[in-house]
Design a binder for this molecule. Structure first.
Ligand SMILES: CC(C)(COP(=O)(O)OP(=O)(O)OC[C@H]1O[C@@H](n2cnc3c(N)ncnc32)[C@H](O)[C@@H]1OP(=O)(O)O)[C@@H](O)C(=O)NCCC(=O)NCCS
Length: 429
């Protein structure tokens, strides 16, 4: 295996590779450790024919994030800065590196992996699946200027001291979403973000926070000011309207704001006027299952859902044993919890859904008591990525041409288990 962990001694060479691939400058003088909360891996150029020492031929960073999933939280390896040196492209290094990256995610107990692809097809061949896109809307300020003032609500500035309140609201108001980063340290340090980031909290007159809006002033079109709104989160429709109303005050310096929204964001349901337009160039979000059982067990089962299914996941995109995505499990739900235990030898190899497998029709539920086995399902790795992130049915997966077969009772159970909002991510890396 030529892929190794990159250390402080590789940092300048890696930053040179990354800046060369993605643009942007870097200071070659100082070697520094990679960020806490990230693992960097790569291949040294000197190991390759014609390679040079002190050059990183291929490298990538794995962020240690946590994301919301089905009412719970799961560790997720966010892949960033993946690049191959121009001298070594076209020789299969990408394939070697992405396979090692997936293996490293498994080694670091990260059950899911996520990335923003510039070229989705090459990641798809490694088992990643498009699950969402980052959506931005251009909203004319005139649409926001005539919203009424909300009773018992006031806006207060966000300072370093009030950032924990804002973060608490973010966690509370996105806890039931799928795919949202929990924004914890060390990758998200406490305190005010830099680079012109600002925010307002929405409080009632007792000082209880009900929402916030955050934005960055940017250079707008034709030399004017622009306003990139990162997120509007509010408890109620009225709270979201109060926050939208606050954006109307920017009419003296800009005609429109760019508003980043989640998939089916509740703010879309209160947006006044008719002038909002999507901003071009939606970045895609891809996810990959690294550990199927751990990803299922991170979820909470919907109230009242009880039972079990046999689930087979097939993954022919990476060599066997690279990670824990493929296998057969007895998957059960009870009392709001999900359990996935290995189910060796019960699934036929021919890809069919078994009728009578001869194995017991009861599985141990999360509480330990026997749960009725309702049937069997068989997914490929792409269906697993799509479905495990929530908000899609097995029929949706089949409509995309993915392999997600199940007998009817198993399908009904899995659709109920994985129901929820479609995934969204509001952080780019
Ligand atoms: C994209 C990049 C990582 C590919 O690295 P590489 O080592 O040359 O790729 P490989 O030789 O391993 O080829 C991997 C696959 O990508 C395909 N591929 C490689 N470069 C490609 C290109 N420019 N356009 C389309 N497909 C390409 C290959 O055909 C191959 O397909 P396969 O999976 O069917 O065999 C490399 O060109 C690079 O670093 N580019 C700049 C940075 C970048 O785009 N990084 C990815 C950011 S998400």
């Amino acid at each position: 295996m030529r892929v190794r962990e990159l250390t402080v001694d590789d940092n300048v060479a890696y930053r040179s590779l990354s800046a060369g691939a993605f643009g942007g400058g870097f200071e070659a003088v100082e070697s520094r450790p990679f960020s806490a909360g990230e693992t960097a891996i790569g291949i040294g150029s000197e190991q390759l024919p014609g390679g040079a020492p002190g050059v990183v031929a291929a490298g990538a960073r794995i962020r240690h994030d946590r994301i919301t999933l089905g009412g719970g939280v799961v560790d997720c390896g966010g892949i960033s800065g993946l690049a191959v040196h121009p001298a070594h492209r076209g020789d299969g290094l990408f394939r070697e590196l992405i396979t090692a990256t997936i293996a490293r995610c498994a080694q670091e107990q990260l059950p899911m992996s996520m990335l923003y692809p510039s070229h989705p097809a090459i990641y798809r061949r490694a088992g990643y699946q498009v699950v969402a896109s980052v959506q931005r809307l251009l909203v004319p300020i005139v649409d926001l200027q005539h919203l009424p003032k909300m009773p018992d609500r006031r806006l207060v500035p966000v300072t370093g001291a009030s950032m924990p309140r804002l973060h608490g609201l973010y966690r509370e108001l996105t806890a039931e979403d799928n795919g949202m980063l929990t924004r914890e340290g060390p990758l998200f340090p406490a305190g005010l973000p830099s680079g012109g980031w600002s925010a307002l909290l929405l409080e009632d007159h007792d000082g209880i926070a009900h929402g916030y809006v955050s934005w960055t002033r940017t250079a707008g079109e034709n030399g004017g000011a622009g306003l990139e709104v990162h997120e509007i989160l509010g408890r109620t429709r009225e709270d979201r309207l109060a926050l939208l109303r606050s954006l109307g005050s920017w009419s003296t310096v800009t005609e429109s704001v760019v508003l980043r929204v989640r998939t089916e964001d509740p703010v879309l349901d209160v947006l006044p006027g008719s002038g909002a337009r999507p901003v071009d160039g939606l970045p895609l979000v891809m996810m990959r299952v690294i550990d199927t059982a751990a990803a299922f067990e991170a979820r909470r089962a919907p109230a009242g859902l009880a039972g079990a299914v046999r689930l087979v996941v097939e993954d022919d995109t990476v060599p066997e044993g690279t990670c824990r995505s493929a296998g057969s499990w007895l998957l059960s739900a009870a009392d709001g919890r999900v359990a996935a235990s290995p189910d060796e030898g019960s699934a036929p190899e021919d890809g069919s859904i078994p009728g009578d497998t001869g194995v017991p029709d009861a599985a141990s539920s999360p509480g330990g008591e026997a749960a009725e086995v309702l049937g069997t399902a068989r997914w490929d790795i792409h269906a697993a990525g799509l479905l495990l992130m929530g908000g899609r049915t097995l029929a949706d997966a089949r409509r995309l041409g993915l392999s997600a077969i199940a007998d009817p009772a198993a399908e009904q159970f899995l659709d109920a288990l994985l129901a929820g909002p479609r995934p969204s991510v509001l952080d780019a890396f």
